[in-house]
Structures are given as C-alpha cells and as structure tokens.
Write a protein that binds this ligand. Structure first.
Ligand code: CA
Length: 225
C-alpha cells in the first residue's frame, strides 16, 4: 500500500513517513500542493494524507482538482483549524476524512486503515470533465455545451490524455509516445495536425478555447474562463 503525505512542515512530514513505514506502508512525501498533485496524477497511490494549508496549491484546490481528474483514491485531510466550516468544505470537495492537528499517530493510523478498508474495489472514473466539455469514457464520445462531438480513435485518445493531465503542459514528444505509442522525429507535424483537427471539433465552434499552444513547449488543456 502506497501513501503520499503532502505536508510542508518537515517535522510532521518526516514523523508521518517514518511512522507509516514502520507500520508497513510505502510512504512518500511532497512538500507543497503543486508537487503533491503532480505526483498523485502521475503515479498510483492508494491513499493521500493532505495538509490543508500548503504552499503553491492549498489542500482544498488539490483535492478538487484530483476529483475532477477522476481520481478516486481516499484522501485524509490534516487541518490545524478546528472549525466546522473547514471540515465541511473539505468533505464537500471530496476529502474522505479529516484529522485536526495535533493528533496522536495511533489515531491517524486507525483512520488510514479504515479508509483503505472502506475503499471500493477500484472505481474507475467513467467520465472526465473540464469546463463544459465532458468525455464519456464508457461510450467513447465527447459532449461540449450539450452538443455531441464525434471523434476518431486517435482524437479521443489525444483528448483523453489532455483532459487527464489538465493544466499540465504536454510536450509534443510525450503526446506522440502516449497517443501513437512511438517516437517521432522532432520535425514531424503529426501531433500538430491532430491537435488542429481536435480543436476544429472541440474548440472552434465554441466561445472559450480549452486547448492552448505554448510555442516551443507543447500543448495544455485548461479551463481558461
Ligand atoms: Ca501546512
């Protein structure tokens, strides 16, 4: 069982990591919200322990983004604030449980075990959503602003990749290897052409553009509104 601890206080983070390792878990630490989110989206963790007050990206936004990306792993919030609104807000945004600092390690361990037991057997997301664009992973189709959009297999795979990694700049080489499963020479325009076709379907007919080009860097899909 692999646990990610996202906590900016080094003392607390190290204490948790050591305790969890001694309890038989594989535990890693991220020191800020942005790194934590990146790791959770890139790797398969079974549970995340997330401090609410974090540099670069707060715990609430992190969990909200994680859920919107379709990630269902259990999240235990750590909060220094003992206010009811904060707990409610955290739970509404998709946290599974919370613990108020300071807490006893045995209490944290009990919560972690409960969450891991309760976890439903791999509930995979059936759809991805960014702004008014929704990708139905079961029926393999896209809908934007209520309009159904037909995509080819490659366009679907490309859009799925961009949506799963929303907000992240994806270099052409990465898109080529993930969508076409092969490496292209740097002068190839296969990715460019595919992006253009995808845009003509999901962006051009609509008011807000979701796919942006970062010259020399790659492409990013994000809610620009
Ligand atoms: Ca903190």
């Amino acid at each position: 069982m692999k646990i990610l601890i996202i906590e900016d206080e080094p003392g607390t983070a190290d204490y948790l990591r050591q305790g969890l390792r001694e309890a038989g878990f594989a535990a890693e630490v991220a020191r800020d919200g942005a790194d934590g989110l990146h790791l959770l989206l890139a790797e398969a963790f079974d549970l995340a322990i997330v401090d609410v007050m974090l540099p670069r990206l707060d715990g609430w936004t992190l969990v909200k983004t994680l859920r919107e990306a379709g990630r269902q792993l259990p999240v235990l919030f750590l909060t220094a604030r003992d206010e009811v609104e904060d707990r409610v807000r955290g739970l509404e945004l998709g946290a599974d449980d919370y613990l108020v600092k300071p807490f006893a390690f045995t209490e944290l361990l009990a919560r972690v075990r409960t969450l891991l037991r309760r976890r439903s057997p791999v509930v995979e997301a059936t759809s991805l959503k960014v702004a008014d664009l929704e990708l139905d992973l079961v029926r393999r189709r896209a809908v934007r602003a209520g309009q159904r959009i037909d995509l080819t297999g490659k366009e679907f795979a490309l859009l799925e990749l961009l949506m799963r990694r929303r907000g992240e700049v994806l270099p052409r080489s990465l898109i080529a290897s993930q969508v076409w499963d092969m490496n292209f020479d740097s002068d190839t325009n296969v990715v460019e052409v595919a992006i253009r076709r995808l845009r003509a379907k999901i962006d051009d007919p609509f008011e807000t553009r979701l796919v942006r080009t970062l010259r020399g860097m790659g492409y990013v899909l994000e809610d620009g509104s």
